[in-house]
Design a protein around this ligand. Structure first.
Ligand code: PLP
Length: 393
């Protein structure tokens, strides 16, 4: 028997409990609600990419442990993608690492690069694995809060500068940003880059929504800015870009020393993953521009459908410049508390959403905001908005 005085979960993890997505997805199932909580598409990615995975399986490619850094075909395709899209050149052998989704890339980067007590400055609200991974790595998170300003959540650069101390080891940046849909501008990213260079900081940048950028917004990889290539760990994911979130294929591109550091942690997390899928993603990354454009245009249509429907239902809407999420303000509906609102929403309207407060250390700053995912079939989004319009009635 274990001592009853001592909790089973260690104190670094104790504060995190079960992720909100488990609770809300279970609630969706139990109430038969439309689940706009968790961000996964309800249709699979391109048929030819699925077929490429089947071929790899049948041909016996990747059914046994693939090489630790990832199969050469995929590393080459990742490097070619970075070159084609952004003019960034990476050596597939020393500057690319395949991971079990972006999730493992984030975990391995933080575990490898942090010493106990190092501070990590991250944009709040943050993706839910960041806080837990910083904690597991023994780091201390220092949030810089994105605040609503003229219809979008914006970064205050003075606040960012003030958050950096002598103990800061790295900046953890996410653009396009989940959950707010903010895409950092070139000017903001340039200021971040200047700060990183001036204070000699490492930067981990989560760019899994790099292909989901709308209207006038532009995705600028931090690694393209002066002084950044050598200090930046860039993270991408096939799950988000090709709508195969179950395949768990992600990657890191960075200078050789950084990739080697991340690999030193990664090798003891999963060692390797997703063998046959790696070959399929290599083919996916080589798809013509028309795939990426059509994917974005399709999501843009869905964004407009959901954002407009939510506005008509009485929500305050932050129309996202990127990602596949809309953050809303529930105060125009006479509500204050996103947690209570989301727990009641399945009964009231048959829809599940996520309270943004779970992505905040300053819970009160996130209290009135609620996130809806629009990576769903048009009919599903139409039905969801029809249901939500009953809320005001
Ligand atoms: C989905 C998501 C991830 C995780 O990506 P996987 O490849 O599924 O592990 C990481 N960061 C952000 C911001 C995400 O939205």
């Amino acid at each position: 028997m274990t001592s009853s005085a001592r909790p089973l979960v260690n104190r670094r993890l104790a504060e995190f409990g079960t992720t909100i997505f488990a609770e809300m997805s279970a609630l969706a199932l139990r109430t038969g609600s439309i689940n706009l909580g968790q961000g996964f598409p309800d249709t699979d990615g391109p048929e030819e990419v699925r077929e490429a995975a089947v071929r790899a399986l049948r041909d016996g490619r990747g059914n046994q442990y693939p090489p630790g850094p990832g199969v050469p075909e995929l590393r080459t395709a990742i490097a070619a993608h970075q070159e084609r899209r952004y003019g960034l050149s990476y050596d597939p052998d020393t500057e690319v690492l395949v991971t079990a989704g972006a999730t493992e890339a984030i975990a391995a980067a933080l575990l490898a690069l942090l010493e106990t007590g190092d501070e990590v400055v991250a944009l709040e609200p943050y993706y839910d694995s960041y806080a837990a991974c910083i904690a597991m790595a023994g780091g201390t998170r220092v949030p810089v809060t994105l605040r609503p300003h003229e219809g979008a959540f914006r970064l205050d650069l003075d606040e960012l500068r003030a958050a950096v101390t002598d103990r800061t080891r790295l900046l953890l940046i996410n653009t396009p940003h989940n959950p707010t849909g903010t895409v950092l501008t070139r000017a903001e990213l340039t200021a971040i880059a200047e700060l990183a260079v001036e204070r000699d900081l490492l930067v981990v940048t989560d760019e899994v929504y790099e292909h989901l950028v709308f209207d006038e917004a532009e995705h600028v990889p931090l690694a393209t800015l002066p002084g950044m290539r050598e200090r930046t760990v860039s993270i991408g994911s096939a799950g988000k870009t090709f709508s195969f979130t179950g395949w768990k294929v992600g990657w890191v591109t960075a200078a050789p020393g950084l990739v080697a550091a991340v690999r030193s942690a990664k090798q003891f997390l999963t060692y390797v993953a997703s063998g046959p899928f790696q070959y399929a993603v290599a083919e996916a990354l080589a798809l013509p521009d028309s795939y990426f454009t059509a994917f974005r245009d399709d999501m843009l249509t869905k964004r407009d459908l959901l954002a407009t429907g939510l506005a008509e239902a009485g929500f305050g809407v932050f129309r996202p410049a990127g990602t596949y999420f809309v953050t809303t303000d529930i105060r125009p509906l006479g509500e204050q508390d996103g947690f209570a609102f989301c727990r009641a929403l399945p009964e009231r309207a048959g829809v599940v959403a996520i309270p943004n407060a779970v992505f905040y250390d300053h819970r009160e700053a996130g209290a009135p905001f609620v996130r809806f995912a629009f990576c769903k079939r048009t009919g599903v989004l139409e039905e969801a908005t029809r249901r939500l319009k009953t809320l005001g009635a």
